[in-house]
Design a protein around this ligand. Structure first.
Ligand code: GUN
Length: 304
């Protein structure tokens, strides 16, 4: 039987550690603060941002939720970022993506003070990671490494394959695995003979954003599967492909008319040695690592 890597439990442990650190900082008169900027009304973004702000309160961090109007201009957003860069009560700045199309997201992300860039999206932080001097590392990749390490999964010398090359997940997670001495291959939509490569993976990270893309035939028996995907499926055909006979899922699907599947076909979990479920695997780590990054930023900024 494959081992389930319980993201919720690992995230809870990290959040407890962060809360302890927040207490220690409070004794020195420091309260880490996060500014969360949300533009527009993307339902998923609203849920994520609310959850981020609530977690700040839970762990004792200060947070400021800023919701500019949907028709806000890039110029006005740049001014806001400048203000936040200058505010002493703000250690971390998070601009929730996606932004409306009329806002120049690249310009905004580049305007965030790299030392307050708790998402780790600024080119300076990407460079620091590449150079082996990581400071603020993107939250989801950092969470993937926490899951592996805290679950006692060997990384050094292992063959790791990352499917997906995004700036936010694929590239940084590959770099983190490399720094832990894995032999890393990055694959993507144009990779030839993908199956042959993924079948060599001891650790397979799926971050390509396609429901159930990694099939059982692509997995080496006993491999560790890290599923970063979050895909909503709504058709009976898709449901049956992934979850036929799963009564608990059937119940969710009937009630909501949809369910979530990762980038790994759940049938592949059966031949894995260990895997992160969706939901409840990598997802919960993202917010935990955001909290950890905010505390880290607060300490770095004060030379602690
Ligand atoms: N949208 C989806 N994931 C993320 C994330 O990790 N950070 C931000 N800022 N926006 C997102």
């Amino acid at each position: 039987m494959a081992k389930v890597l319980e993201g919720v439990a690992i995230a809870t442990a990290i959040k407890q550690e962060v809360a302890e650190e927040v207490k220690t900082l409070a004794a020195r008169g420091v309260r880490p603060g996060l500014a969360a900027v949300l533009v527009g009304h993307v339902a998923a973004s609203e849920i994520y941002v609310r959850s981020k702000v609530n977690t700040c309160a839970e762990l004792g961090l200060y947070s400021d939720l800023i919701m500019p109007p949907t028709d806000v201009t890039t110029e006005a957003m740049l001014e806001l970022v400048e203000q936040l860069n200058g505010r002493d009560d703000i250690d971390g700045i998070l601009i929730q993506l996606p932004l409306p199309k009329h806002v120049d997201a690249k310009r905004l992300l580049d305007a965030v003070d790299p030392d307050k860039d708790v998402d780790g999206f600024h080119p300076i932080n990407a460079g620091r990671l590449l150079a082996g001097r990581p400071a603020l590392v993107p939250c989801t990749p950092a969470g993937v490494l926490e899951i592996l390490k805290r679950s006692g999964i060997a990384i050094a010398g292992q063959r790791a394959v990352v499917v997906g090359r995004s700036d936010i997940v694929g590239k940084p997670v590959a770099m983190l695995l490399l720094h832990e001495h894995a032999t890393v291959t990055i694959c993507h939509s144009q990779t030839r003979y993908l199956d042959a490569i993924t079948r060599e993976a001891d650790i397979l990270v799926a971050a390509i954003g396609r429901p159930g893309f990694i099939t059982p035939a692509m997995v080496k028996p006993g491999a560790t599967l890290i599923d970063v995907g979050i895909n909503r499926i709504t058709t009976r055909e898709e449901f049956d492909r992934f979850f036929k006979g799963d009564l608990k899922r059937e119940e969710t699907f009937a009630r909501r008319g949809s369910t979530i599947v990762g980038d790994v076909d759940p049938h592949a979990f059966e031949i894995a040695g260990a895997y992160t479920p969706v939901p409840g695997g990598v997802g919960p780590l993202t917010i935990a690592m955001l909290m950890a990054n905010t505390v880290r930023a607060a300490k770095m900024r004060r030379g602690l």
